[in-house]
Design a protein around this ligand. Structure first.
Ligand SMILES: NC(=O)c1ccc[n+]([C@@H]2O[C@H](COP(=O)([O-])OP(=O)(O)OC[C@H]3O[C@@H](n4cnc5c(N)ncnc54)[C@H](O)[C@@H]3O)[C@@H](O)[C@H]2O)c1
Ligand SMILES: O=c1ccn([C@@H]2O[C@H](COP(=O)(O)OP(=O)(O)O[C@H]3O[C@H](CO)[C@@H](O)[C@H](O)[C@H]3O)[C@@H](O)[C@H]2O)c(=O)[nH]1
Length: 437
């Protein structure tokens, strides 16, 4: 079997390189010529641990190639994975399906023989059935299209590991031969007894958004309790540990702080609400509004804490450590950290920022912040330091060294990762999200 992977962003580039690692011949397709040129040179245009090595290895071996030509993909591959973006529509909550529709149409038109199209992008429920009909209507010369939806659950920062060792595989289709082909594609994982869930289109689409809605809800649940402990007293980390010991609850995704961001959780909970409302179920997912609002209130809270600490923001010197939406990524889509940095700037503060990987992406979105080459540069002369993305190098900072660089020893731990006692022992005023001060 030969594959094409259409859309070579965070998901598609990872999927393409991982499939090559498993021994398949893979052609990555994108409409972004610059991205294709970079990938063809074996250079990954974003940060993802472990992926540059796979890309270089398989571009060099010739097993992994890239193109902007759908005709080439239609000629080359038997199975086409769709991995294009489904961002939030401008000014609305629903998903923008323009890219998925365009890529499915283009590859169906270009297919030169009976073919399988496998959607991996995150889409509103009901899309797969519509796209299946669209694909068949675009096919030429009697080509028969099989169609499946195989949502992806990888996390940025662990993308290769999650692709090669998934928790589960989910395939929605009405075609037995699609199931057989995908069992063969994923034989490497099935050999390790990875659960393989073969179901209908709607269930597969909903599994994906249900998982993300659950994760987002879990984070906002603990952050709602943060609002309580910040008011009444108590320690959110201890609370999370204590409820997390209950196996029915589990400790993961109970880290309170400045909240969730990225290219997935925020837009996926909004798109889910929009879709169920379209289906006439207006109140069904209304709780996700609350999940979203609790999440966004955490950003307000950080800005408020800084303003309170400094008695106003105008002219204050602020150091923001971390702008990526999470560590080990350069992704700043809907990043709480970058949002807070921008708001502090807009309120009159002088904002130094440093992120080990995301300075470049951040400066494209927010060019007016002072981008620094290291955290030591960023904290120099600061009235307050904010830790907003928990990169190891920030978690491991020495309070005495940082203290020797700042104007005032004040720090806001927006991710609850510092040892507060150690910092306070060094004369720092430490403010956290989730504890009363
Ligand atoms: N990023 C993740 O961790 C992740 C994980 C699971 C699922 N997803 C889902 O996967 C999808 C892709 O997400 P991403 O983060 O990789 O997005 P991305 O923006 O990084 O990449 C999307 C790519 O698609 C390309 N593209 C757009 N239109 C195209 C077309 N007509 N033909 C070919 N290429 C086209 C873009 O140029 C871009 O390179 C989304 O639906 C997302 O929700 C993402
Ligand atoms: O306890 C926690 C855990 C995470 N986060 C934040 O939540 C966001 C999302 O984190 P994570 O889920 O690890 O990152 P993503 O790479 O966006 O992965 C999510 O979104 C992907 C795209 O749909 C899915 O494939 C993954 O399964 C799903 O975890 C980040 O801003 C984190 O800082 C918290 O605030 N507290």
């Amino acid at each position: 079997m030969k594959f094409s992977v259409i859309g070579t962003g965070y998901l598609g580039a990872t999927h393409a390189a991982s499939m090559a690692e498993l021994g398949f011949e893979v052609l990555g397709v994108d409409i972004d010529q610059e991205k294709i040129d970079s990938l063809s040179r074996g250079e990954l245009p974003f940060h993802e641990p472990g992926l540059p090595e796979l890309l270089r290895k398989h571009v060099a071996s010739g097993r992994l190639r890239f193109t902007t030509s759908f005709a080439e993909a239609g000629e080359f591959a038997d199975v086409h994975f769709i991995a294009v973006g489904t961002p939030q529509r401008a000014g609305e909550h629903g998903a923008d399906m323009t890219y998925v529709d365009a890529s499915v149409s283009a590859i169906a038109r270009a297919a030169t023989r009976d073919t399988l199209i496998v959607g991996k992008s995150t889409v509103p429920v009901g899309s797969a059935r519509r796209l299946k009909d669209l694909a068949q209507s675009e096919a030429r010369n009697g080509v028969k299209i099989d169609f499946a939806w195989n949502p992806e659950f990888l996390r940025e920062g662990f993308a290769v590991e999650d692709t090669l060792r998934p928790d589960r595989l989910v395939v929605g289709t009405d075609s037995d031969s699609a199931v057989e082909k995908l069992r063969a594609v994923y034989a490497y994982a099935l050999g390790r007894e990875t659960p393989f869930i073969s179901t209908d289109f709607e269930t597969a689409e909903l599994v994906k958004v249900a998982a993300n809605a659950f994760l987002a809800t879990k984070i906002s649940f603990i952050n709602a309790f943060s609002e309580v402990t910040e008011t009444v007293g108590g320690d959110i980390r201890v609370l999370a540990d204590a409820i997390g010991y209950d196996k029915r609850i589990g400790r993961r995704f109970l880290n309170a702080g400045v909240g969730f961001g990225g290219g997935c959780l925020p837009k996926d909970i909004r798109a889910l609400q929009a879709r169920v409302s379209e289906l006439g179920l207006d109140s069904t997912m209304r709780f996700l509004n609350e999940v979203d609002e609790i999440n966004l209130r955490r950003r307000d809270r950080v800005v408020h804490i800084v303003s309170e600490l400094l008695d106003g923001l105008e002219g204050a010197s602020v150091a923001v450590l971390g702008t990526a939406f999470k560590p080990n990524s350069d992704d700043v889509r809907d990043s709480p950290a970058l949002d807070v940095a921008g708001r502090l700037y807009n309120s009159g503060a002088d904002v130094n920022v440093y992120d080990p990987q995301a300075n470049e992406n951040s400066s494209k979105r927010f060019p007016r912040l002072n981008y620094c080459a290291s955290y030591k540069d960023a904290v120099a002369g600061a009235d307050v330091v904010l830790l907003l993305t928990e990169w190891d190098e920030f978690v491991e900072m020495d309070p005495e060294i940082v203290g020797s660089l700042v104007s005032h020893r004040r720090i806001v731990d927006g991710r609850n990762v510092l040892n507060t006692d150690t910092w306070e022992d060094s004369g720092w005023v430490v403010r956290t999200l989730g504890r009363k001060s």
